[in-house]
Design a protein around this ligand. Sequence first.
Ligand code: MD3
Ligand code: FE
Length: 213
Amino acid sequence: MTLDLFAQPAGKEIIAPGACLLRGLALARESAIWQALQSVIAQAPLRHMQTPGGLTMSVAMSNCGPLGWVSDRQGYRYQALDPLSQQPWPAMPAEFMALAQQAAILAGFADFTPDACLINQYAVGAKLSLHQDKDERDQSHPIVSVSLGLPATFQFGGLQRSDKLLRTELQHGDVVVWGGPSRLRYHGILPLKSGTFSYMGTYRYNLTFRRAS
Ligand code: MD3
Ligand code: FE
């Protein structure tokens, strides 16, 4: 009998060192996640933030948890208050936390407790240009991303903007954990194509769970 050193649980793909794709992991909780998402965005509406350079982002964003990521003419940062309401962001729903921690554990990060969840909503044509996520204090923590609704083409490169890009399709329910040597890779989303009807409407949603502080 051979010892299979490379055996992985079904649905777990290593897409780069430290980057683990868990296809469909969110599906088991999809109705609870969708319900919780609607509750969060009823309290903290999705909005198009400004970049420091004064452009309006095509992706609409909101947050939940103790901290939220914001962008405006002053720059990018995490803050405890929603700038629209000057109230705290909605609490992190228990089903969000459970999914993020389950994914982190499956990827080998046993002590991940996110304090921020950024919610991105893509309408047809919306995109996210190539960037690094480096506004978090301790980058030894992974980022867990959850894709919902319409599919999108995700692209990721290396630690330099000029590094070769690879593409992969992210589908409804897919979860990716970005840690270790992949934590600071450049990445982005190509303009969303109009797609098959989703019960979530003609949108893609992405949740990214972060340890910001
Ligand atoms: C690779 N969101 O919110 S998720 C972002 O689909 C962001 O909305 C995209 O990039 C989206 O910052 C991509 C996949 C992802 C998220 C975080 C990463 C990939 C990552 C952090 C480091 C490396
Ligand atoms: Fe990012």
